[in-house]
Design a binder for this molecule. Sequence first.
Ligand SMILES: *Cc1c(COP(=O)(O)O)cnc(C)c1O
Length: 424
Amino acid sequence: MYKDTAVFNLIHKELERQRNGIELIASENFTSLEVMKAMGTVPTNKYAEGYPGKRYYGGCEVVDEIEQLAIDRLKKIFNCSWANVQPHSGASANAAVFLAVMKPGEKFLGLDLSMGGHLTHGSPANFSGKTYHALHYGVTKEGIVDYEQLEAKARAEKPKMIICGASAYSRDWDYKRIRAVADEIGAVVFADIAHPAGLIASGLLNDPFDHCHIVSSTTHKTLRGPRGGIIMLRHDFENPWGLKDPKGNLRTMSSLLDLAVFPGSQGGPLEHVIAAKAVAFGEILSDDFKSYGKQVITNAQAMAKAFVGRGYNLISNGTDNHLMLIDLRNKNITGKKAQETLDKAHITLNKNAVPFDDKSPFVTSGIRVGVPAVTTRGMKEVDMEIVVNLIDKVLMNAHDEKLIESVKEEVKGFMKQFPLYPEL
Ligand SMILES: *Cc1c(COP(=O)(O)O)cnc(C)c1O
């Protein structure tokens, strides 16, 4: 059927890599086969600039139904009054939020990248830090968000927007406390739940929606959908900040956000990906997904306990969610070396700066470990013990090539118990 053997052979090679390895990158997951099937379909051929019922092209009646179904399911998951499912990624969703809320040069406050924040929360290398005036809060020595610092900076600097959310933070958020200081200074609260969204969807973590004006997420991390982004509002509002559209008209927050996605920052939506998002949202509305979320947290806690039992230092001493950040300085190995060595044994995770790290972001003192992907493959608490044993063996013998080769074979054998896409 396929003529391009070069590309499809590589795709098959990637499938084998995924099958044979232990995937611990906290931002990754395995979608269902149905989600993938929806992605490789004919809506990819369709131009549909605009929104359902308000398109700039003809022939959109079917993709209108697809996109509306995705919107309706997403609204149901998070009990929202409005959602936009078009952002191509989490970063694109965040770009649209900035465009809707902020003028170039205005101030906002976000978690520092070196303390677990995301590039789009004000890194100097990112549009958010280049276009707007980024201010940051951090975490305490114990590794918990420094709410006192956040409050002090908010009061002193009066940013227009406060962002909560992170990429490498293992604890839940006090959204209510952030909203309280935002109300004092009249700031917009924007929660970026790209990482824990699936756990929030299952009601297993604090609900940001009642306290945060705007919420964005990716769809491919704990939500287990296709790669993409989303933006949501529980309550739409006639915005009290006097935010205007490009023509100078006052608008509700939802219409400002719609305009900021299209035509503000994107062109045609990826309707085949939106179809796959709709499939994933359908799965999230099932009971199976809720038990998945519970198992993710159970596994993360079992893994954290196993690491602590072997003398590893966990930032904040544990986890509330799907991931943990480990400071490897007492184990005399850098994050970079740990990542590279584990890779050779087909255990995949990423090096990560720890709070107050003395090493560069390219080397780092830590690793970030997440369980959403291995939980999707069917692992339980007992398997977390086995995985931590394998990791420990590699890290404590990082120069023993022969041993690492044997761990790689052990990993491959172990993963046969957790079949991945047996139909493919
Ligand atoms: C992953 C992530 C994003 C970006 O998602 P992409 O789809 O990679 O653009 C944004 N914010 C946070 C907090 C993230 O963890």
